[in-house]
Design a protein around this ligand. Structure first.
Ligand code: G3P
Length: 217
């Protein structure tokens, strides 16, 4: 499973990128707002740093405007994936931009039917939002499993990009289901390293090393 980082924070991306943890980046208008940066400038900086796809989202609601914005975003760099919302207009924009050879990420997906439509419209990525379904007392991971089954039934090549990931557990569950990509905030990716028994075991090793006066350097 590929790891995308869901942020527009350059320093956070750089830290994970140096560790080889970054296969791509996803942004959205909320994350651009949080960065306090100009969308074109910050997106260009991310594209220069990361080899994989960098999703940049349109803000228009009508297909023709989304297409114009998508073309402008795609000019930033070759690794831009234009992000469009899963609306009927978004699907129209997806088809046009995909036919032009651009990568398209269809976002705000909350049902298997929406994912089926995005695949038919030629999406490179479909972004089902796990956490926001969980917030409504539904099971976001079930949606990932349903889309995996449907895409595999028919050989759709659209990549399942699990999004709205809130916990480290979401990451391993997505990997078990077979999501192609999971995009998560930097803090969630770092939290994957944590285990209470690791901390407990290390405390004991540190104590024993001190008592035995072990020295290596
Ligand atoms: O990838 C989508 C993500 O940014 C939304 O996450 O936590 O706001 O639902 P969240």
């Amino acid at each position: 499973m590929k790891f995308f980082v869901d942020t527009a924070d350059i320093d956070a991306i750089a830290e994970l990128n140096d560790l080889g943890m970054v296969d791509g980046v996803t942004t959205n208008p909320s994350l651009i707002k949080k960065s306090g940066r100009d969308i074109l400038e910050v997106t260009k900086e991310i594209c220069d740093m990361v080899d994989g796809p960098v999703s940049a989202e349109v803000i228009a609601l009508k297909a023709e405007d989304m297409i114009a914005e998508g073309r402008k975003l795609a000019e930033i760099a070759e690794n831009i994936a234009v992000k469009v919302p899963l609306t009927w207009d978004g699907l129209k924009a997806c088809k046009v931009l995909s036919d032009e050879g651009k990568m398209v990420n269809v976002t705000l997906c909350f049902s298997a039917n929406q994912a089926l439509l995005a695949a038919k419209a030629g999406a490179t990525f479909i972004s089902p939002f796990i956490g926001r379904l969980d917030d409504l007392n539904m099971d976001g991971l079930d949606l990932i499993a349903d889309i995996r089954e449907i895409y595999d039934n028919y050989g759709f090549e659209t990549n399942i990009l699990a999004a709205s990931i809130r916990t480290a557990n979401h990451m391993s569950e997505c990997a078990k289901i077979g999501a192609d990509v999971a995009t998560a905030p930097p803090a969630v990716i770092k939290a994957m390293a944590n285990h209470i028994l690791t901390d407990k075991g290390l405390d004991q090793f540190v104590k024993d090393a001190a008592e035995a006066k072990i020295k290596i350097l």
